[in-house]
Design a protein around this ligand. Structure first.
Ligand code: TYD
Length: 139
């Protein structure tokens, strides 16, 4: 049963260099799961939100490769907002949390790693259903 407190900002390695900086992530290291999927969100029009659902099994790791946005997480009782605005920080989001991505800056680029392949059945898209499953201990 994941809680908002289980969501973690993880500082990634960074090699500062006059030629340009470099950061990296490794699965089962900075990313605390085996990566099955990578996707990215870009060209988000001003004022639009993404997410607005929970995953039953999928864990995620989110990096703001460019620009900035907020990730709001909710466990049915508590809510927290994380502002991602540097490419050397990642946000680990366990499964079983409601999450929304908001306040995308112009030209922001969000990179997301998932622990599961894409599956429609893994999504909970109704907040009431999420609350019921959370209170039943199903997620
Ligand atoms: P969705 O998860 O709803 O986007 P977000 O949570 O970021 O707002 O995905 C939007 C569409 O993209 C959805 O119709 C299914 C498709 N999709 C895939 O086919 N594979 C994927 O890995 C993801 C994340 C989405």
């Amino acid at each position: 049963m994941s809680k908002v407190e289980d969501v973690k900002i993880i500082e990634l390695p960074k090699y500062l260099d006059s030629r340009g900086n470099l950061s990296f992530v490794e699965q089962n290291n900075h990313i605390p799961f085996h990566i099955k999927r990578t996707y990215w969100i870009y060209d988000v029009p001003g004022g639009e939100n993404r997410g607005g659902h929970a995953f039953i099994r999928n864990q995620e790791f989110v990096i703001a490769l460019s620009g900035a946005f907020d990730v709001v997480v909710d466990d049915g009782q508590n809510r927290a907002s994380f502002n991602l605005n540097r490419s050397y920080y990642g946000l680990y989001i366990p499964n079983g949390l409601w999450r929304t991505m908001e306040n995308f800056s112009t030209n922001s680029l969000s990179l997301e790693f998932g622990s599961e392949h894409y599956s429609v059945e893994d999504y909970i898209r109704e907040y009431d259903t999420f609350l019921k499953m959370k209170s039943n201990g199903q997620i």
